[in-house]
Design a protein. Structure first.
Lengths: 499, 460
């Protein structure tokens, strides 16, 4: 019963959180955007005291339910372990809790406290899942969507429309594949190994769940020490021989409760009979090297193949048209961060690099940074679109407070960067034709076309930028005809200003 | 050109044809409501083509002429197999006038036409081509004469039945229509050269096609005694008849041109009888009012009957990309049923109403392409025109259907055009301006579409 309830809740929450990363229409976010905000580390970064206290209370009362029902990475591992268990039952055994995980957790929270978030996020569970979902699941989801869009177009339907599928950042893509492989293989072979050994949230909640009110207890009267509970515990938290449960590792999956044929595992506030307190000697594991099954191998390869075809999906240019060189991102001294980030510092100290905003951006502006100091954290660039002033999607989805929610009106007055002109690329000077597309599309009216030579009214007109009025949206950079490098580009602001 | 007519449009044509034939079949069953007509959607008669006599050479020319400007493309090259099929079918049904140019279909039309026609006896068809020395590098006497000679080779012939000075009156970069005409034909002495060639028999009929600057055609006709034009090709259809000038200030109304040429007893060849296909695809209200009168006949057939009604018209050129275009036109012209006075009045009324729609008069001739900055100009215009015809441009966010219509518009726009080909990338360099034979202010019109798109994008 309890197990079924757990599975039901976990499935629903997993599907919804995953959809947050997959849905590009914004529909799911409108309804379930709050699900991302329940995540522990984002809530800490966003200083959402209420959510942190709620998670703490739930853990003290009922144990690490968070890990089995809310954490998408945890549920994902449960799913993989479930598949593994179908191939081979009774595959786990009790393992002594490792002390080093508390040091990892301590280091993690210290790094976050001292704003080295970009280092800490490498082991943060929610953003690991975010990177996997956005770099591996999302392209697959979009490719399926594109197949549907293909048919929709032929049937004159507007239910589906084509979206571009491409690698937004190669390093992040490779890293995500690595995460995906490691987490999947570990879960397949060792159950919740990551949660027991690496996860800082797991270690933190583990400290609380030791003292939780409701716990699992052996009913020693009923138990015949068959060991079935131990062999089916993905957290390796049960020592059946000695009737010991490591509550710091248990995530309340209730597999042991429903797995026990004698009903000897009970979930209650107080034990009915006292378990044997003596600590038995820890048995070193001898075998179980764990081979990846051929099936996993094949699925992994298939996923890789699907992902690597992404580039080939991009449409090729028609012959009757001039070939258009793709735009390249200019080198920006200061990266551009979305309106609502307040400052570069605020952004990098809060962002978990979960890629939720990258997925939500309808203008293809956000992508993960591949720079070392801000690795995996999103930044903006305008090759495929610009930051449309009326769009506030990223600020709506960010669970970590790295992008604080802004309204449309507020956004149009936030200067996230300012335009810079590069004369040698500018088409009126280079090609000798009239242009002014940047001025025409500037939403804040901060570009004026003026004669290049102040003495000569007839000389080519070049854009004159009013940096005070510019909001850094990148419309000018995006519509500039100069390729691959635009003749006008946006340089980020360290601190966002009001205009 | 052929490849610009999307598969969707093609399916629509097929769909429409099927629908029409379904109507025709069902109407056969109920005798009471069937009117006797000479039209049938069954077999197209092979011996019913209407012919006109060219009094200069006594050529018996089919009223339907084949324009080789919009040939079918497949994988980015002309689908020669299909061209052969189309030409064979046209020949079989009595079409004997074929009109090409060195610039059509990215410069490949003449070769393709040559291949298709050389499979038929040379005396069975009339061949028309042009001196298309538009670009300044062809303005010299040598380059122009080379272009003329190349046409013989490409068309695999040693004489042309009809030869035209191509698009006189149209300006080129920075030059008026008049000045361009001087450069292309007068200053290099080409106008005398072609006279010589006619004398030598390599050109049987000499004429010119006209767009734009009225001074040029007036000068050419004033000097008719000197040059003896055997024919003149003009743009004529029921909208251009009285409204060419309304569509673009620098265009001349067709009724004036037709009367002027008829007074001089010069046979008239018609181009753009469908306004680049737009008269086959009228706004729904107008299309329905035509279909209501003759449900079996296509909307396009009205435009063809209109121009055919005028007796001094020698032949009507139609750029037929698909077999269905050809068949539909053959049904109209085998034989031609001239418009009654009442029908002519109706068409004038349709033309008047048509002008009220903000349609861009693009004929998708592709002269403006390729745009150096990558915009797909004709597709942007045809998308916009289609939306106007369907009434699918929404501008009132308060209207009940706004969200759905907005979504459809933006999705459809992205389906029709890659992002880099869309209007927002037009920089207004104006290089296309001088290329357009319809004298559309292309950057201005693209800007107008951009405003519509931008407004819809902002309304999230």
């Amino acid at each position: 019963m309890l197990r079924k309830l757990r599975i039901l809740l976990a499935t629903v929450s997993f599907i919804l959180i995953t959809l947050l990363f997959l849905d590009f229409t914004g529909t799911i976010h409108a309804w379930f955007g709050w699900m991302a905000k329940l995540q522990m580390v984002p809530a800490m970064l966003a200083s959402s005291i209420v959510i942190i206290i709620a998670i703490a209370i739930i853990t003290i009362l009922f144990g690490r339910i968070y890990c089995s029902v809310i954490c998408p990475l945890g549920i994902y591992q449960d799913g993989i372990a479930h598949i593994a268990e179908k191939r081979k039952k009774n595959r786990y055994r009790f393992r002594q809790s490792k002390k080093y995980r508390y040091f990892i957790a301590l280091a993690f929270f210290l790094l976050i406290a001292f704003e080295f978030t970009s280092v800490a996020i490498f082991i943060e569970p929610y953003s690991i899942f975010g990177r996997i979902a956005s770099n591996i699941f999302s392209p697959i989801y979009r490719l399926i969507n594109n197949v549907l869009a293909y048919f929709a177009e032929r049937w004159n339907s507007y239910a589906f429309y084509h979206v571009d599928v491409y690698i937004k950042s190669l390093p992040i893509f490779i890293i995500s594949i690595a995460y995906f492989l490691i987490i999947t293989i570990l879960a397949f072979v060792k159950g919740r190994w990551y949660c027991n050994n690496i996860c800082p949230v797991g270690a933190l909640l583990g400290c609380l769940s030791r003292f939780s009110v409701f716990k699992l207890h052996f009913n020693t009267e009923k138990c015949n020490s068959c060991g079935l509970c131990e062999k089916n515990c993905r957290c390796s938290a049960i020592d059946a021989k000695n009737h010991i449960i490591d509550y710091s590792k248990c995530v309340m999956c209730f597999n042991c409760v429903s797995g026990c044929k004698r009903g000897a595992m009970e979930y209650s506030a107080k034990p009915k009979s006292f378990a044997n307190k003596e600590n038995s000697e820890h048995l070193e594991n001898s075998e179980r090297t764990g081979k990846t099954s051929r099936k996993t191998f094949i699925t992994t390869i298939a996923t890789l193949a699907a992902a690597s075809t992404i580039k080939a999906q991009e449409k090729v240019v028609d012959g009757g048209l001039a070939t258009i060189e793709k735009k390249k991102a200019p080198k920006r001294e200061t990266p551009i961060k979305p309106a609502g980030s307040v400052s570069l510092e605020n952004f990098s100290s809060r962002c978990t690099g979960c890629q939720l905003c990258v997925q939500a951006c309808p203008n293809d502006v956000l992508r993960a940074s591949s720079k070392l100091e801000t690795f995996m954290q999103p930044e903006m660039s305008y090759e495929r679109g610009y930051c449309r002033p009326e769009c506030t999607k990223c600020s709506e989805v960010c669970p970590a407070g790295a992008i604080i929610k802004v309204t449309r009106e507020q956004k149009t007055a936030i200067q996230i960067g300012h335009a810079v002109w590069i004369g040698q690329n500018c088409v009126p000077l280079r090609d000798g034709v009239a242009c002014g597309n940047c001025a025409k599309h500037c939403p804040s009216g901060s570009i004026t076309m003026m004669p290049y030579d102040p003495e000569d009214e007839a000389s080519p007109k070049i854009p004159i930028i009013n940096e005070e009025r510019c909001i850094g949206c990148g419309a000018c950079e995006h519509v500039c005809p100069a390729r691959p490098f635009s003749a006008i580009f946006v340089e980020g602001n360290l601190i966002h200003k009001e205009v | 050109m052929g490849n610009n007519i999307s598969r969707k449009d093609f399916l629509k044509v097929v769909g429409a044809t099927t629908a029409v034939s379904a109507i025709a079949l069902s109407s056969c069953k109920s005798d009471n409501y069937t009117k006797e007509t000479t039209y049938s959607l069954g077999d197209i008669p092979k011996d019913q083509m209407t012919y006109r006599i060219n009094h200069n050479t006594n050529d018996k020319v089919s009223i339907l002429g084949y324009g080789m400007m919009r040939l079918p493309f497949k994988d980015d090259v002309i689908d020669q197999e299909m061209v052969n099929k189309l030409v064979d079918y046209a020949m079989e049904h009595g079409v004997n006038y074929y009109d090409t140019s060195p610039v059509y279909c990215r410069g490949n039309s003449e070769v393709s036409t040559g291949i298709a026609l050389s499979r038929h006896p040379r005396n069975k068809y009339f061949l028309a081509t042009k001196l298309s020395n538009f670009a300044p590098q062809f303005w010299s006497r040598e380059a122009s004469i080379k272009m003329y000679h190349d046409s013989f080779e490409k068309l695999q012939t040693n004489y042309f039945d009809y030869y035209l000075l191509h698009s006189v009156g149209n300006g080129s970069k920075g030059l008026s229509g008049w000045d361009t005409f001087q450069k292309r034909y007068i200053e290099n002495g080409i106008i005398d050269f072609v006279q010589e060639e006619r004398k030598a028999g390599r050109i049987r009929n000499l004429g010119f096609s006209f767009h734009g600057d009225q001074r040029v055609i007036e000068w050419l006709l004033d000097n008719h005694d000197k040059y003896h034009w055997d024919f003149v090709q003009i743009e004529m259809n029921y909208v251009d008849w009285e409204h060419a000038h309304d569509l673009s200030a620098s265009n001349v109304n067709a009724d004036y041109l037709y009367k002027r040429l008829t007074d001089l007893n010069i046979p008239v060849v018609i181009m753009e009888p469908l306004l680049g296909g737009r008269l086959a695809n009228l706004p729904d209200v107008l299309a329905n009012s035509l279909k209501q009168r003759t449900p079996q006949n296509s909307v396009a057939s009205w435009a063809f009957r209109f121009v055919g009604t005028y007796p001094n018209v020698l032949t009507v050129l139609s750029g037929m990309t698909y077999m269905e275009h050809l068949q539909d036109n053959l049904r109209t012209y085998c034989p031609l049923q001239p418009c009654s006075n009442e029908e002519l009045k109706l068409l004038m009324d349709i033309a008047n109403q048509y002008l009220k729609y903000p349609i861009i008069p693009c004929t998708a001739c592709q002269y403006c392409m390729p745009c150096p900055y990558g915009i797909d100009i004709p597709t942007n215009f045809s998308f916009y025109n289609k939306c106007v015809n369907e009434g699918s441009i929404v501008d009132n966010p308060q209207s009940a259907d706004f969200r759905r219509a907005r979504r459809r518009f933006l999705i459809e726009y992205n389906r029709q055009l890659e992002a880099d080909r869309q209007v927002e990338h037009c920089i207004g360099c104006n290089q296309c301006l001088s290329h357009c034979p319809q004298h559309i202010n292309i950057p201005q019109q693209l800007g107008r579409i951009n405003e519509i798109v931008e407004k819809l994008k902002q309304n999230v």
